[in-house]
Design a protein around this ligand. Structure first.
Ligand code: HEM
Length: 81
């Protein structure tokens, strides 16, 4: 699954917050998901969380598990630096 995926930096991801660029992306456990189709991530905002960043730690505060990501396409990997 990870093979052949494009890598993006944190600053590239930050532009995909639903404001600066039209795309709405979030990173979770090293992978970047495109949630642009989700009504629940409209304008990049989801229950006080903003898209365009790594939200791995924040998932602990969510009332749901990581299975919410299953229906979304992985569009890249987050670069370590
Ligand atoms: C206080 C924090 C949060 C609340 C109250 C919240 C609430 C919800 C609710 C009610 C849903 C729809 C029902 C469900 O699938 O269970 C949902 C879906 C989702 N959540 Fe959260 N969430 C929170 C944090 C997060 C975080 C931190 C992430 C990312 C790491 C996240 C990612 C998602 C995704 C990808 C979906 C699926 C959206 C869809 O199916 O269109 N959520 N969330």
């Amino acid at each position: 699954m990870a093979e052949g995926l494009l890598e993006y930096s944190k600053s590239q991801l930050a532009l995909r917050n639903g404001c600066d660029k039209p795309q709405i992306w979030i990173a979770y456990r090293g992978y970047i998901y495109d949630v642009g189709e989700s009504r629940l991530w409209k304008n990049g905002m989801h229950y006080e969380h903003w898209a365009g960043q790594d939200l791995t730690e924040e998932l602990q505060d969510a009332p749901h598990s990581e299975t919410v990501f299953l229906k979304f396409q992985i569009i890249g990997k987050l670069k370590d630096k």
